[in-house]
Design a protein around this ligand. Structure first.
Ligand code: ADP
Ligand code: MG
Length: 261
């Protein structure tokens, strides 16, 4: 075994795989830059750590099950003047996750609620938190199914585990009577332990209708609102804005109105 193979074997055994795979390039680079041994070791360790961070992030993205790829840089705050950019930045720091708080993102369809939820989930992953994204309807269907099969406990633990649970589009469909209670159990379980980010097209005052039960809705809101950041987006749909811009909607707007003269 020559020295090179021996080093490769040692790096494999230490699981320093990034170093092992880029060894020749790294040694060349250290030589070219005339690094001291300490500087070279530092650079080698940095590469290994960078690869591990990237791996963890890639894996966490897979586990999070985001419906699409979005980030905060891609969010046009100018299009949504009702949004407080500083507040979004503060939430993006992840402090609310460390504190087990809730974020409610409310507003009509198309204003960027899911975009922001995914972007904030992305920031959370980069900050090192585990995240799970689920549409509200899927969450409730999964809980109801598990309940029917006597596995509710298992499902509740599954949804209680990630440090941040994102529940998207709450209130898009009204809940079945049982579902409200199942959702309540999840919220109680996570309360003051795991953070939640909930998006909804319904104002908090309408949640009684969403859950079909004012008492359960109050109990849910009581916990969600206790330590919470409520963000209400009052704007136009970004989708329609794009269409309007490209002239697709102009025709409708300019269509002759029936005269009542
Ligand atoms: P909502 O969840 O509120 O119904 P979405 O987040 O799904 O809306 O937004 C609809 C589409 O428009 C998505 O593709 C999203 O990325 C885009 N979008 C919405 N608002 C913005 C914005 N302010 N800047 C950039 N893209 C936006
Ligand atoms: Mg949405």
């Amino acid at each position: 075994m020559d020295g090179h193979d021996h080093l490769t074997a040692l790096l494999s055994r230490l699981k320093l795989t990034a170093l092992r795979d880029q060894l020749d390039n790294l040694i060349d680079e250290a030589g070219r830059r005339e690094l001291t041994i300490r500087e070279a070791l530092t650079m080698f360790c940095e590469r290994e750590v960078a690869r591990r961070d990237q791996r963890r992030i890639d894996m966490a993205f897979g586990l999070a099950r985001f419906p699409f790829v979005r980030d905060l840089t891609g969010f046009d705050f100018g299009a949504q003047p009702s949004l407080d950019k500083a507040q979004i930045r503060e939430i993006a720091t992840g402090r609310f996750i460390a504190n087990g708080e809730a974020v409610l993102l409310l507003g009509p369809p198309g204003v960027g609620k899911t975009h922001l939820a995914v972007a904030l989930g992305r920031e959370a992953i980069i900050a090192g938190y585990t995240v799970l994204f689920t549409p509200a309807t899927t969450l409730v269907a999964q809980l109801a199914k598990a309940h029917g099969e006597g596995r509710l406990e298992e499902k509740l633990s599954h949804y209680a585990k990630p440090r941040l649970l994102i529940v998207d589009e709450l209130g898009y469909l009204p809940f079945e009577p049982d579902a409200a209670h199942l959702f309540f159990q999840l919220v109680s379980r996570r309360y003051e332990r795991g953070a939640m980010l909930v998006t909804s097209n319904r104002a908090v005052g309408e949640w009684g209708q969403v859950f079909g039960d004012a008492v359960v809705a109050t109990a849910i809101l009581d916990r969600l609102l206790h330590h919470s950041h409520v963000i209400t987006i009052r704007g136009d749909s970004y989708r329609l804005r794009e269409k309007r811009r490209s002239g697709l909607l102009q025709k409708t707007a300019a269509a002759p109105q029936p005269s009542n003269a």
